[in-house]
Design a protein around this ligand. Sequence first.
Ligand code: CRA
Length: 829
Amino acid sequence: ESGEGKAKAERMFSLMDGFLKNDPISLQKDILDHVEYTVARSRFSFDDFEAYQAVSHSVRDRLIERWHDTHAYFKRKDPKRLYFFSLEFLMGRSLSNSVINLGVRDQYADALNQLGFEFEVLAEQEGDAAQGNGGLARLSACQMDSLATMDFPAWGYGLRYQYGLFRQVILDGFQHEQPDYWLNFGNPWEIERIHVSYAVKFYGTVEEQDLNGGKRKVWVPGEMVEAVAYDNPIPGYGTRNTINLRLWAAKPSDLYDMESYGTGDYINAVINRQKAETISSVLYPDDRSYQGKELRLKQQYFFVSASVQDIIRRFKDSLNDFNQFPEKVALQLNDTHPSLAIPEVMRVLVDEEFLSWKQAWDIVCKIFSCTTHTVVPEGLEKIPVDLLGSVLPRHLQIIFDINFSFMEELKKHFGLDFNRLSQMSIVEEGAVKSIRMANLSIVCCHTVNGVSRVHLDILKTKVFKDFYELWPQKFHYKTNGVTQRRWLVVSNPGLCGLISKWLGTDAWIRDMDLLMGLRDHAGDAELQQEWKMVRRINKIRLAEFIDAMTGMMVSPDAMFDVQIKRIHEYKRQLLNILGIIYRYDCIKNMKESDRRKVVPRVCIIGGKAAPGYDMAKKIIKLCHAVGETINNDSDIDDLLKLVFIPDFNVSVAELVIPGSDLSQHISTAGHEASGTGSMKFLMNGCLLLATADGATIEIIEEIGEDNMFLFGAKVHEVPKLREKAENHRVALQFARVLRMVRDGYFGYEDYFKSLCDSIEGGGDFYLLGNDFASYLEAQAAADKAFVDQERWTKMSILSTAGSGRFSSDKTVGEYAHQTWGIEPCRCPF
Ligand code: CRA
């Protein structure tokens, strides 16, 4: 910088009074300033929500300082950057997480105390940012936290939906969906960047024009929409690095549609313009089915196009030689949702930057990697060719061209094996000709990652078998992980304090392997006592929450047995409910002397069903119907309770997980690609009752079979069991509980008929009948272990101690090293 420029900058900095300070007086002053000038309330009179707003704005100021420093530093060092593309980020609340990562939690608590407020109470005022469905979306959020904490030069890109995931309201036991218009109350965690915006094109035609003696393709769009950036700073823990999650919102474009204003129909012209905003208005609430809807396609392209423009602009700011692009850019596709980025980068490089097809293709093959999160072929995204051709005519051509070369390569490799060629083709022929987004991704990405070891096996041997034979080197796995900052430090301060005390350090917050040190103390009576105390306090807090949500009183002496996740047939909430019916039936038929031996249970189920997923909705209703019977049966008393927690989301999970004793992860083996809920429970010392599926298989290796309750068919047994399912002998108890549902013991027999039929007449695809007996055994083993509290607590400590491998820091470190080729870039304090 010039001497003059530097002097000016220094003067401005001194006018600013340096960086913001974090002593209680400075914090109080900042908070009150925000009450007065941002929230525009009198500093003599403001309520909890207004206090929350002011506190958030003062935290945001601190985030912005670090964000600026980080990005100035990245710009100066210009390292290879990772761009993480995901259509969903499930961030939840930000206040507690931010102050903890900034290291100013206690200072804020003190400052607020002196103002007469309690930090915890204010944190409760915040609504969840629910810009995603389930595991995949929360995984993105955890990975952003790890990327920031580990100082990686990374950017997240996604969409800023006006309506997040629907709110679940239960009326008479049935799920109803309500829109989540979350921005109504303002969002202090984002920064609107009106000057960072790009035009995104849709529809129209492709024309050929002459260029230097050759031909070039020009896309003449039929519609243009403006993408405006909203930046969400993501602070790392124990570092100044604060990275960016840039989400795009759709706004009408000024470049387009000028003529319609000349026609005199001014009002309609404005209304039409306004329609552009619908692109980013609503999140699709199905997590595993793709319907080939136009709006969804437009959402995908909208976010991809704006992000690619942003990345290319940033690249050109520092370099102008696209040969160096792969040294500066790694582009990660979270599932196939953002895979239009591939033809988009091709298009920009060839049509707009005038690279040759070959040059562009070489670049594309070096920069893209993807992760797939599904196991079932039906879960794979397909876009009808007609639709794609109409919305993105130039991209369809590019995809056809890519496929043409790919088919030529295949013929060289496999000869004229048409069956194989048609299975591997990016284009699926048939009644509805479509583009297979997974095939497109595999062809163009240098690496395809699965999300657990067994998931990779399934990809290699089933879903992408042909591709694996062709390119074995492309296929890898990185076992999912979750961030201990949110899932322990934010949500379970009691246990955190205890862990740090016994390890003699809190360094595990950045290095989870250290938790292994707890193994040495697992048998220590003093630790066990303290561990039990902390867990009990968490259970009391959960009991109070249940009371507040459902009006039900539950005793913290009972075993809290929890299954919270999206409702899916393969996740087998139905198996859980049938097990509960069995338990109920047993208790009812017991002698008084036996009843005294029963371990009291509170069974807790929570989760949303996709609005169009009929079976899942019936499972929710069944849960309520069974709960209604059990909870009102005076014979049963406190021995068994069934609670459904409505509107499950990130902040509910933060409260429920630390207060659970047992958690269920009971998918039919081979169906859960990874599962991440289990890892959160594990960290919090909750024991797992599980099938050997997804990442659970790796959890077993870490903590040992003896420290959990395993049951059910194994992945390799499932296909055979399915073949003979028809003439399969199911346990007598199973037939009995199913009959109770069928015969209307819990009412609504007509409504539940199809649910029962899916098992009895329908071949029992998810093998509930087969696994029922061993499920009950596992449940009995859990009861037995619970009676011996010393043993239980030891198992609990060993669960936490063995959870280190499931930190997203590990996952992200592996991705950085093996897939993205990026290095940390730590901004000096
Ligand atoms: N539904 C898998 O089913 C996995 C997460 C994150 C899922 C989970 O087993 O833990 O992804 N798949 O990898 C998915 O969303 C589109 O596919 C999930 O969240």
